[in-house]
Design a protein around this ligand. Structure first.
Ligand code: DGY
Length: 342
């Protein structure tokens, strides 16, 4: 009898799921809305692996519903805040994610947000579409320059570095704050207060952990230049959205470009940030290209197949063992705040 693996979607880009079904019986969550913890738990009995996306809840109850057969939780995402890592560690379950395959694509999208927010592309396009472009006026649609500006990267992992490389092509000066990354010729390491006060654009590339939740709140926003732009392609919870809304509405920040939100997906209950003139918003599409999404699924499937085949997982989370069966203490499941810049 084949081993069983639960996936949180019926269809995923690329050939990964097909490869997985050659080795395992794949049980998929069939719903069209985001599955809740109990939806997934109801399908989990006896599975050896769970393949989930970065937003799907994977908690201790799901692990218990799967039972002792569960050896790997494989995320088709770089971010991992949706998994109860301590619960997995206590049960000796390997947790994996997908570094190495999405940094360039997400850096591209980060730059799209920088350009759109600074040059006010959304407002200009909306004005054109509603028929308001009647006369060329020198004062219309004015934005702020990207070339020559200072870019501050909070979190300097794979994506942060890919953004820094692009910034040099734009003639920008680059700073970063990440206790685990020194100066590297592309970017200068500074402390957080310096980064906030000196940057024209602040871009977030940290995972969401207890240490980074609301890392950007009223105090940090007040420290930024009133002409600055905040960009986030990491996780919504890193920014206090209410404080951001106040800062933008009060003219204390030029603009923001957001691909991620505290509540995702939004459905028809839109965040007030979506309607703000100086805020560009996207539905979490940082890694959304055909090639990259297929590569993410492929790597997630490879991690499951590694564990099912008795091999160490190729990309375990920082703090997770690469082979199952070794329960770890809860404290060891913590990830240092800025270690795994996403
Ligand atoms: C990631 O890889 O973390 C992306 O945000 C998709 O979940």
């Amino acid at each position: 009898m084949k081993t069983r693996v639960l996936t949180t979607r019926e269809n995923l880009p690329g050939r990964g799921l097909g490869r997985l079904s050659e080795t395992a019986d794949v049980v998929a969550w069939p719903g069209t809305e985001k599955p809740g913890p109990s939806d997934l738990a109801s399908l989990a009995a006896g599975v050896s692996g769970v393949l989930a996306l970065g937003n799907d809840p994977v908690d201790g109850a799901l692990m218990d519903a799967a039972g002792p057969s569960l050896r790997v939780i494989s995320l088709a995402s770089m971010g991992f805040d949706n998994v109860d890592r301590a619960a997995a560690a206590e049960r000796g379950i390997v947790v994996t994610h997908t570094p190495g395959v999405l940094a360039e694509t997400t850096a591209d999208l980060t730059f799209a947000l920088i350009l759109a927010a600074r040059r006010r592309l959304g407002a200009a396009q909306a004005s054109l579409a509603e028929g308001s472009w009647e006369l060329f006026r020198m004062g219309d649609y004015l934005g702020l320059d990207i070339h020559g500006a200072t870019l501050g990267l909070i979190g300097y992992g794979q994506i942060g570095r890919a953004v820094a490389r692009r910034a040099h092509g734009f003639g920008m000066h680059v700073l970063h704050h990440d206790p685990y990354a020194a100066d590297d010729g592309l970017s200068t390491s500074v402390d957080l207060p310096t980064l906030l006060t000196e940057s024209d654009i602040v871009s977030l590339h940290v995972p969401l952990t207890e240490e980074t939740r609301h890392l950007i709140s009223a105090r940090e926003l007040a420290a930024m230049k009133p002409t600055a732009t905040l960009v986030s392609t990491s996780r919504g919870g890193v920014v206090d959205e209410e404080a951001l809304l106040h800062a933008v509405r009060g003219g204390r920040l030029h603009s923001a470009g957001l691909d991620v939100f505290e509540r995702e997906p939004m459905g028809t209950e839109l965040s007030p940030l979506v309607a703000e003139d100086h805020v560009v918003t996207l539905p979490h599409i940082g890694s959304a290209t055909e090639a990259t999404r297929a590569a993410m699924v492929d790597l997630a499937v490879d991690n499951v197949l590694d564990i099912l085949g008795g091999r160490p997982a190729r990309t375990p989370l920082p703090g997770s063992p690469a082979t199952p069966g070794v329960p770890t203490r809860t404290a060891e499941a913590r990830v240092p705040a800025l270690e795994a810049g996403t």
